[in-house]
Each structure stands twice: as C-alpha cells, then as structure tokens.
Design a protein around this ligand. Structure first.
Ligand code: NAD
Length: 542
C-alpha cells in the first residue's frame, strides 16, 4: 500500500511520506501524520481501550486506529453535555449566532484541510468534497442570520382581544442525540447540529465509524469558533451497540441513514415518547419532459446520478424521459458519462471518485449483475475498476430495467441509473411515485409553470426544476426531508431548528376571567359567551 500519490495542496492536513502499511512493516508510516490523528481522536469520549482501524478507500492506506466508546462513555458524554447545556441555554442568542458566523469563516479558510480529510476518508472526488464545506458554510450563515426570526418570543392572538396577551417561547429540548452516516461525512457530522446549538441545546453525536476523523475535525472547528467544548460530545462505536445508550439519554434524536435503521430508531424513540427526525433513503426519479433543454438536462443528469459516485441520499436512480426526446437525450447523457474521468487522487482532476467500501461495491455489482442477467442493457459503464483502487466502479446507465430486477425499486446507493421512456406525463408521474420512497425528484422542462404544476403531483419532499438536487439542498431556508419511507421531519429552514425546541405558550389574562363574573349565573355566562362568539365571527376574527 502506498500513501496517496498527489501531495496535499497547501493548507491540508499533514500527510506522511513513503510506504504506509505500519501493521506489516515497522518502518512504514500512516497516510496522515500520527500526531495530527491523535489530536483529532483526543476529542472523543472513548475509554474502553478498544480501537478500530480505518483505511482510505482511495488505496487502502491506513489512516487511524479510532478509540471506541462504551456505555460508560456515552453516560459521561451526556452528563457533560447536560451541564454545559444548562449554561448555554442562558447565553444570549446573538452570541450563539456570532459563533456560527465564526464557524462559517473557519470552514472557508480551512477548506483544504477539510476537503483532504474527506477525500482520504471517503474516497470521493475533490469537487464533491468541496460541496460539504460549501453546505456547512451556507448552513452556519443561514442560521446565524435568521436566529431571531426563528427563535425570538412571538406574540400570538389571544382569545379576548386586548385582554388576553399570548406569547410563544421556543424552549430548547436539552441534549440532542445525532447519529450520522458516512456518505457526506463533514456535512452530516455538522449540518443538523448547528441549528440544535443555536436553539440552546447540547449535542452528543455518533458519526459513522468509517469517517470519524472528518467528524472530529468538525468538532475541533466548533471549539475554535468559540462554542463551549462540552456542548458538543463525540462518541465512537457500532450503531447497534451505541444506538440504545444514546437514545435512552437523549431529549430528541436526529438520525440520517438507511430506512431499515430509521425504523429501529423511531421505535426506540416512541418507547420514550421523545421526538425524532429521520432522514432516510430514496429511489429518486428525474423527469425529462418533451420541452426540456436537452443539453442542460444531460449535464444535470450526470450530476444527479454520479455525484459522490451515487452515494447520496438525493441521487437520481430512475430517469423517465419523454418519448419525443428520448433518443436525443440518451445520446447526450451517454456521451457526457463516457467523458467522465475517474481517479484516486487528492487533486481536482476527477469527475468521480471511489465507492467507500467493499460492502458498497458488492451492492453495486450485485444490482448491475442481477439486472444484466435478467435482460437489462448496459449503455455505458457496468464494470468495477480495481486498476484505479479497491472500490472503484464506473458510472453506469441501464436500459430495459423491469420490476423483477433488484435495482428497479431498491436503492443502489451507487453510480447506477435506469432509463425509462414515457408517453404521457400522467403516466410518468405515476411511475415516479411508484414504490415506498419519497425523498427527492428533478424535472427538466423549459416551461417553469408546467414543471411546477407537475412537481405538485410528485410525492417527494424536495423537487428540483432544471437542476439535479443542489437547488433545494443549498437553499437552506427551504425544508428538506422525505415523504413516506424516506423519512420523518425536516432539516433546514424553520422546521430544521424548531424540531429542537418545545413551543411554550404563555398567556396573561387581564380584567375579565374565564368564568361567570359579577354574580352572573352559569346560564347567563353561556349566553354572553355565545353572543361573543357570533360577534367575533362577524368581525372576521380567527
Ligand atoms: P445505516 O443506517 O447503516 O447507518 C447510518 C448510521 O446509523 C451510522 O452511524 C451507523 O453506525 C448507525 N446505526 C446503524 N445501525 C444502528 C442501530 N441499530 N441503532 C443506532 N444507530 C445505528 O446507513 P448507511 O448505510 O451508513 O448510510 C446509507 C443510507 O443513508 C442510505 O440509505 C442513504 O440513502 C441514507 N442517507 C440519507 C440521507 C438523507 O438526508 N435522507 C443522507 C445520507 C444518507
């Protein structure tokens, strides 16, 4: 095994030189400087003495031995977080927002370090790693600038105009448990936690084992931005082992991952009557209507299907193309896909990187092989690329996929998309809505009005018109999440911060009371109130 061949650009994490297989060669070095790694893992609450080795999917080079947490560590993390939260909840909102703006600057200034670590841990192409820094900067700025809009105490209508004063407070839940996946390790480690902090909560987070270093760099940047250290706790370990201990101590749980795991989490939260938001899987459709700009649609289709090698919850895996433009669209889409560059380097030259693991590669190979064995045609791709790295797979377009094939309805979570022809839009919408998922959809059309009306028929939490997924994902004011088995609750926007608060209504009553007054009988009181109700309706009051 060798360390990545391209040196990290200036500003990245320190890379070790030379052979990098220290487990078998005592003279060898890790791909990252051990001191740098030790500085990151020191942020974990992990005292079991057990470690898990992490290797880079780029070339298999060892990156770290990550200390593992046990139940006692989770208890300790929650105890510290709870103490910190009690103080944090009294910290003025403007101070909390200012820390988010400092984080924004830190993320932009330190993007080389962040991106290098993301690429080394996940194997993705550099341009897809950049999206993670971009998304966190956008999220930090958005919540800092909208803090008062979402969290200030607001007046509401009182039952007796002028005499019942009602206001609603947004009270932090307490300590939020966040369990996140590996596919966008920097984004997923931080994006849901930032509004939780802003709202006055503490966070205990368990990132995925494969991308722990990136998540720990996120924790370090929060410290540097000024957030009190104990407010953000990180534990490491298998989800099956740490999920229960985390959920049993959380006041709210935010989970991102597979639908199967999401159902387990939801059941555990229901036992404790605590809320949860679940951001889960998808089998996302893209519709090319007959009036689409085909160049734009083909360019967008490449990003929709092959960003992060398709390991993206909002990635397109099903494409429905109008009969009238099918051949011309497919010709353009195939040509653009054939022109994509794949590679295992830290520079900007690759259009697509590696899958993250053998498991992911096995799933992709199984889905494509099954489809081909049952009669699907491969228009481009369809091959693993061990010559590039252990888990590389070519961007793949399939035609002739039928319901008996696994990839027809099951999420592949890889660079594989199936093309389908449609004759009329009603049929296309019905097929796009087929199945249990409902995360993201894209529509290409030059008629914005018509596309928006089609969007309203699609059962997905986000719909992008003339864009792959970035328009909704990066518009942080808009809620993002899934319908049906793609999730519950929303990240981003007002919904993304209010999920971490309890709404508390405080009503102050003056002069009149809600009972008979001045010797009035109950019967007279009922008549007076009835007359009042009729009057209020006439006056147009809500
Ligand atoms: P996963 O459900 O296996 O794991 C996600 C996280 O949950 C990891 O941290 C894991 O350790 C933990 N976990 C696993 N079992 C657990 C359990 N029993 N209790 C508690 N925690 C547990 O998912 P994955 O395969 O790592 O991620 C890919 C999936 O995530 C895909 O289906 C993808 O669509 C989905 N995803 C969704 C979004 C979204 O925003 N909707 C974003 C990214 C990924």
């Amino acid at each position: 095994m060798v360390a990545p061949q391209n040196p990290t650009p200036a500003g990245g994490p320190p890379l070790a030189q030379g052979p990098a297989d220290p487990e078998h060669d005592p003279t060898a070095a890790y791909a990252l400087e051990p001191d740098y790694v030790a500085g990151l893992t020191a942020r974990l609450v992990a005292t079991t003495g057990r470690t898990v080795a992490v290797h880079s999917p780029l070339d298999g080079a060892p990156l770290a031995h990550v200390p593992q947490s046990g139940d006692d560590d989770v208890a300790d993390a929650f105890a510290r977080a709870r103490r910190a939260q009690a103080v944090w909840a009294r910290t003025p909102l403007d101070e909390r927002a200012a820390m988010l703006l400092r984080l924004h600057d830190l993320v932009l200034d330190r993007q080389d370090e962040i991106i290098d670590l993301v690429v080394l841990e996940s194997g993705k192409a550099r341009k897809h790693a950049f999206d993670e820094a971009l998304h966190i900067a956008l999220t930090a700025r958005y919540y800092a600038r909208t803090a008062h809009r979402h969290l200030d105490t607001r007046r509401r209508l009182g039952v007796v105009p002028g005499l019942t004063r009602v206001e609603v407070n947004h009270v932090p839940k307490g300590v939020v448990g966040i369990i996140s996946p590996w596919n966008y390790p920097f984004t997923m480690a931080l994006c849901d936690g930032l509004p939780a902090l802003l709202a006055g909560n503490a966070v205990v987070t368990k990132p995925d084992a494969q991308t722990m270093l990136t998540a720990l760099l996120g924790a370090r940047l929060l410290d540097e931005a000024g957030f009190p250290k104990d407010l953000w706790q990180v534990v490491a370990g298998p989800g099956r082992e740490l999920g229960g201990p985390i959920i049993s101590r959380s006041d709210y749980v935010c989970f991102t991952g597979s639908t199967a795991t999401g159902k387990i989490i939801a059941a555990q939260c229901a036992e404790r009557l605590i809320g949860c938001s679940l951001e889960l899987g998808g089998k996302n459709p893209l519709l090319v209507l007959r009036d689409a700009d085909l160049e734009k649609a083909a360019e967008g289709a490449v990003r929709a299907s092959f960003s992060n090698a398709g390991q993206l919850c909002v990635s397109t895996e099903r494409m429905f193309v109008a009969d009238q433009v099918y051949d011309r669209f497919v010709e353009r889409f195939v040509a653009r896909t054939q022109a994509m560059t794949l590679g295992a380097t830290l520079d900007w030259d690759n259009d697509m990187g590696s899958l993250i693991s053998q498991d992911q590669l096995d799933t992709v190979v199984a889905h494509v092989d099954d489809a081909v064995a049952k009669g699907a045609r491969v228009l481009v791709g369809g091959r693993a690329r061990p010559d590039l790295g252990p888990f590389y797979y070519e961007p793949t377009i399939l035609e002739g996929v039928t319901p008996d094939m696994t990839c027809f309805g099951h999420e592949t979570f890889g660079p594989v998309v199936s093309l389908y022809r449609f004759h009329d839009e009603t049929d296309a919408v019905a097929r796009a809505n087929d199945g249990e998922y409902g995360l993201n959809a894209s529509i290409y059309s030059q008629d914005g009005h018509r596309a928006r009306s089609v969007a309203r028929e699609i059962k997905c939490g986000t719909v992008n018109i003339n864009e792959a997924f970035g328009a909704t994902f990066a518009s942080i004011d808009s809620p993002m999440g899934g319908m049906r088995e793609s999730g519950m609750g929303r990240r981003q926007g007002a919904e993304g911060v209010h999920r971490y608060t309890e709404s508390q209504s405080v009503a102050t009553q003056r002069l009149v009371r809600f009972a008979p007054m001045l010797g009035m009988s109950d019967e007279t009181y009922a008549k007076v109130m009835t007359a009042n109700l009729r009057l209020m309706k006439k006056l147009g009051r809500a």
